[in-house]
Design a binder for this molecule. Structure first.
Ligand code: FES
Ligand SMILES: [Fe+2]
Length: 381
C-alpha cells in the first residue's frame, strides 16, 4: 500500500492489523507512517483531542516559575500562579502575536519582548504602553487564552480539548500498578527537547518493547535485562498500556535504594514501563524515572521532550547530587542515542517500496495494543 493511498483504505488496513490476536499479529503497514493525509487525521483525531504530557510539576515549584511547551502549532507556557496552582496559557501576545516566553524561568509579570504589553501570572493583561489613547481599549477584558492543565502523580498534562475527561479519571486503572512507587515525589534532574528523523509511532513502538534491549542496547543496559522476566498487564486498558521488567543487581540504575522502605521483594528490582496514549511514555524504576513525550512534526520528524527524575531517597543520599545526576543523564542519553539509530533506520526502511510488515514477537504485545488504541481513536467521531 503506497503512502498516497486513500485514507479509508489506510483506516481499513489499520483496523485489520489491530484486530488480529497477538500470536497472529503483524506490524502496521508502512503507509500509516509515511502518508501525509494519515498524519493530518492523527493530528485532528488524536493530538488535538488527547492529554499530552508537558513534563514534571516540580520543574516549576515556586510562584512565577514557568516552562514552555507546544501542542502542534500552538505555543503554550505553564506557570505557577499567585495562588500556587500550575496553569497553562497561550504563549502568544494579544497585540501582534509575538511569542511571549521561551525556555524556562521565573517571572513576576510576563512582558512581551516586542512592545511590552504585560500580563500577570493569571494571564490578565495589566499594562499596554500608549494604548490609553485608543478609544474603548479595555484592558480589564483582555486575558491570554487558558489551556486545560492537570497534574497527576507529578506529571503535567495539557489538552486543547475542553470536553476531554480528567486525567485522574483516565488513569484510575493505572494507579494499582504504581503502588509502592513514590512517583509523585520523584525529583526531576533533566528535561530536554529534541527532534528525530522518524515518524512519531516508530519511537512510541520502540519504547514499548524490550525485545530490542539485548541487541540495540548491548553497550548500555542490554546485558542487565532478563528478557524472559517481562510481564504484561492482565487485561487490555483503554487509555494506557504497560509492562514490568526486572534489572539485575549489576545494572547502573534500576534497583531500589536501601533507604526505600515501600517496595518489597521482587518489586525492589522491578520497573514499570508505561505508555499513556497517545505519546507519553515512561520507565518508572525503584530509583529513577525516565520519560518521553512525543508529537509529530511531519510524517518523518518527531518532536521529543525527554526527561529524567530520581526517587527522593536517592536524591537525598548523594552529597554531590549534581555529579551523580549528570552521570545518570549521561547514561540515559547514551541509551537514547542507541534508540535514535534504530528508530531512524526503521523509518528509512518504511519508505522503501519493498517494505512490508513482519510478524510480531510476544514481547511486542504493547505495540499491538497501541495499534488497537489507534484504530479506536481514528474510528471515533
Ligand atoms: S506583539 Fe506583544 S506587545 Fe506588541
Ligand atoms: Fe530502546
Amino acid at each position: 500500500m503506497p503512502a498516497t493511498a486513500a485514507v479509508p483504505a489506510l483506516a481499513a488496513a489499520l483496523q485489520k492489523a489491530a484486530a488480529a490476536p497477538i500470536d497472529k499479529a503483524f506490524a502496521m503497514p508502512p503507509a500509516l507512517y509515511t502518508s501525509a493525509a494519515w498524519l493530518r487525521l492523527e493530528q485532528a483525531k488524536i493530538f488535538a483531542k488527547e492529554w499530552l504530557c508537558a513534563g514534571r510539576a516540580d520543574a516549576a515549584p515556586r510562584r512565577g516559575d514557568y516552562f514552555v511547551f507546544s501542542i502542534a502549532d500552538h505555543p503554550i507556557f505553564v506557570i505557577r500562579d499567585d495562588d500556587g496552582e500550575l496553569r497553562a496559557f497561550s504563549n502568544v501576545c494579544l497585540h501582534r502575536m509575538t511569542r511571549l516566553l521561551g525556555g524556562t524561568g521565573n517571572c513576576k509579570t510576563i512582558v512581551c519582548p516586542y512592545h511590552a504589553w504585560t500580563y500577570d501570572r493569571q494571564g490578565r493583561l495589566i499594562a499596554a504602553p500608549y494604548m490609553k489613547e485608543r478609544p474603548k481599549f479595555d484592558m480589564a477584558t483582555m486575558r491570554l487564552p487558558e489551556i486545560r492543565c492537570e497534574t497527576w502523580q507529578g506529571w503535567v498534562y495539557l489538552t486543547l480539548n475542553n470536553k476531554q475527561q480528567s486525567v485522574a479519571a483516565r488513569m484510575r486503572e493505572l494507579t494499582p500498578y504504581l503502588e509502592g512507587y513514590n512517583m509523585a515525589h520523584y525529583r526531576q534532574i533533566a528535561c530536554e527537547d529534541d527532534v528525530w528523523d522518524a515518524n512519531w509511532k516508530c519511537l512510541t513502538e520502540n519504547f514499548m518493547e524490550g525485545y530490542h534491549l539485548p541487541v540495540a542496547h548491548r553497550k548500555t543496559l542490554g546485558g542487565h535485562f532478563p528478557v524472559r522476566e517481562t510481564r504484561f498487564a492482565a487485561k487490555t486498558h483503554k487509555h494506557f498500556t504497560l509492562q514490568t521488567f526486572t534489572k539485575k543487581a549489576s545494572a547502573f540504575v534500576g534497583t531500589a535504594h536501601p533507604a526505600n522502605a515501600t517496595l518489597q521483594g521482587e518489586q525492589r528490582r522491578t520497573s514499570v514501563l508505561v505508555t499513556v496514549y497517545p505519546s507519553h511514555m515512561y520507565s518508572l524504576a525503584p530509583d529513577h524515572l525516565w520519560y518521553l513525550s512525543l508529537q509529530p512534526k511531519g510524517t518523518g520528524k518527531v518532536s521529543i521532550r525527554f526527561g529524567a527524575a530520581l526517587a527522593p531517597e536517592v536524591a537525598d543520599a548523594h552529597s554531590n547530587l549534581d555529579a551523580f545526576a549528570a552521570g545518570v543523564v549521561k547514561f540515559l542519553c547514551a541509551v537514547n542515542a542507541e534508540d535514535r539509530a534504530v528508530v531512524e533506520s526503521v523509518y528509512e526502511g518504511m519508505n522503501s517500496g519493498l517494505a512490508k510488515p513482519g510478524p510480531l514477537c510476544w514481547l511486542e504485545r504493547e505495540g499491538h495494543e497501541f495499534a488497537g488504541y489507534l484504530a479506536r481513536a481514528i474510528k471515533a467521531r
